[in-house]
Write a protein that binds this ligand. Structure first.
Ligand code: ATP
Length: 347
């Protein structure tokens, strides 16, 4: 991973009164799997479309591999976009679909075929070359779209929610495959998603967007464990935010703090187990269980703290059954977590 594949300088886009992208500075490195993550309408697709050249920025600059491409047409940029609906030609075979971009570039026929077959092998579709898109499953069509993107060996692959149309199981399988494929071919992937789990699973780094602005850029671990804004803390994973009086009473300092539910242990208030090790490394709080949500492998407890505020604690159901956990509703409990898991949220 050396050099920069993409640089955005104060990139802006407005549609009439609507500011879709409000001034973004970002560097994406060569060979990275980079995700643009944010809720619907946060501007991530508009950023991707500006990198591709489908949308003209209102302000700012785009560099690809050190070259200013802001004013260039899409075909003059060494990028390829994979859309959610795949955009395959239905009347062409799979092989023809994949080889099409090479045909446009006047690559000789024999070479086109060899390269198309290689790209199909890369996405594990050997033997499907003679079929038409209509004779494939959704997941297979997705792979054809990928093979078509890879065949021209672009420097950057832009993917706009490419797994959005797949059911959950297939989607999870494709996440793993896509990541492996990216590692294998070494092309820079820029991946748009609103699914935080998907971004955490696949990315080397993530940029979190909200309302046309960048909230945070970092590795999945940095984004999850050290969120720098309360938006990131609550959008990526579930987070307990301790603010104001509750923060003062529980953490001992004013400000905004985040604690992840899976870091919090829970026991009956009278039980000894969470009190013996209390010391400077731990934070404890007592409260009443307001709600219990049984999730199969784990249980979510919503606890109203005596100090004010509500915390969510997530426990694995190692030895407990659904009946055991239901009995917690309305009971007094003690919560405890390691102090290092209380993260200060600057904004
Ligand atoms: P989604 O996940 O729903 O695709 P997004 O984060 O990709 O959302 P964008 O599609 O980039 O968001 O849209 C950002 C904002 O710009 C939205 O308010 C949207 O309504 C607006 N917008 C996008 N394209 C256009 C357009 N062609 N004309 C007018 N407004 C637009």
């Amino acid at each position: 991973m050396e050099g920069s594949a993409i640089r955005l300088h104060d990139l802006r886009k407005s549609f009439g009164e609507t500011t879709a992208v409000a001034g973004i500075d970002l560097e994406i490195r060569d060979g990275e799997f980079f995700s643009l993550l944010g809720p619907s309408g946060s501007g991530k697709t508009t950023v991707l479309r500006m990198i591709a050249g489908f949308e003209t920025p209102t302000g700012g600059r785009i560099e690809l591999a050190g070259q200013d491409v802001t004013g260039l047409a899409p075909f003059e940029r060494d990028v390829h976009t994979v859309f959610q609906d795949y955009a395959l030609f239905p009347h062409m075979t799979v092989e023809q679909n994949v080889a099409y971009a090479l045909k446009v570039r006047k690559v000789p026929k024999a070479e086109r075929l060899v390269r198309a077959r290689k790209a199909l092998a890369e996405v594990r579709l050997d033997g499907y070359g003679k079929r038409r898109p209509g004779q494939l499953s959704g997941g297979q069509r997705q792979r054809v779209a990928l093979a078509r993107a890879l065949v021209g060996r672009p420097r950057v692959l832009l993917l706009d929610e490419p797994l959005g149309a797949l059911d959950l199981k297939l989607r999870e399988q494709m996440q793993v495959e896509l990541k492996a494929l990216q590692r294998e071919v070494g092309i820079t992937f820029v991946f748009v998603t609103h699914d935080q789990e998907e971004a955490l699973t696949m990315s080397d780094r993530i940029a979190v967007f909200d309302q046309g602005r960048l909230e945070q850029v970092g590795t999945p671990a940095e984004i999850y464990e050290r969120p720098v804004t309360s938006f990131v803390a609550s959008f990526v994973g579930t987070s307990n935010l301790l603010v104001g009086e509750a923060a003062q009473r529980v953490v001992g300092t004013h400000g905004t703090f985040s604690v992840r539910p899976e870091k919090i242990r829970i026991a009956e208030e009278s039980a000894e187990e969470l009190t013996d090790a209390d010391g400077p490394e731990h934070t404890t709080a007592v409260g009443t269980v307001a709600e219990v949500v049984y999730l199969g492998d784990s249980t979510r407890f919503l606890v109203d703290l005596d100090a004010g505020g509500r915390l969510t604690a997530l426990q694995q159901n190692l030895e407990t059954s659904a009946e055991d956990v239901a009995a917690y509703r309305g009971t007094r409990v003690r919560l405890r977590w390691q102090r290092r898991h209380t993260v200060h949220v600057p904004d």
